[in-house]
Design a protein around this ligand. Structure first.
Ligand code: AMP
Ligand code: ZN
Length: 141
């Protein structure tokens, strides 16, 4: 546990959270400042700042909880869709440095856009650049 981390404090029961699911590895609770009714956060109980830091077994638990939470949230608030996203690192807008997946219910005409809407202009990559990027990622996984 990181004593200064607000989500670790929720896991430890030191500050209140509206818990919707809990097991040994994962906690899911309502976002305190929701973007839509039912906005839920899913976190590993262990303190890790970014997805990249989460050990494989805990990452599996995290995803399998998301797999259950997404339809449960949609059903609970009668939403036809959800945006499911991680702000993975400060440069991506992550404010709380404890990995958390956002499950945000979406509704027709809710004024939000697709995830593409958070980006500005696109880089316009050549085929050669795409080949290099493809190879660079491929050789690392
Ligand atoms: P991010 O910008 O991805 O780090 O998102 C952090 C999220 O945590 C925001 O949506 C906040 O509304 C939410 N949040 C911050 N503090 C709390 C808290 N004590 N309980 C529940 N949600 C919180
Ligand atoms: Zn933490």
């Amino acid at each position: 546990m990181d004593e200064d981390c607000i989500f670790c404090q929720i896991v430890a029961g030191e500050i209140p959270g509206r818990t919707v699911y809990e097991d040994d590895d994962v906690l899911a609770f309502l976002d305190a400042n929701p973007l839509a009714e039912g906005h839920t956060l899913v976190i590993p109980k262990e303190h890790h700042e970014r997805l990249n830091d989460v050990p494989a077994d805990k990452a599996e638990s995290l995803y399998s909880t998301l797999h259950e939470i997404v339809p449960a949230v949609e059903d609970a608030v009668d939403a036809p869709a959800t945006t499911v996203a991680f702000n993975n690192g400060e440069a991506a807008g992550q404010e709380v440095p404890h990995v958390h997946g956002h499950v945000v219910p979406r509704f027709e005409g809710d004024g939000g856009g697709p995830i593409h809407g958070i980006f500005g202009s696109r880089p316009g990559l050549s085929d050669e650049e795409l080949d290099e990027i493809e190879a660079a990622i491929d050789e690392r996984v």
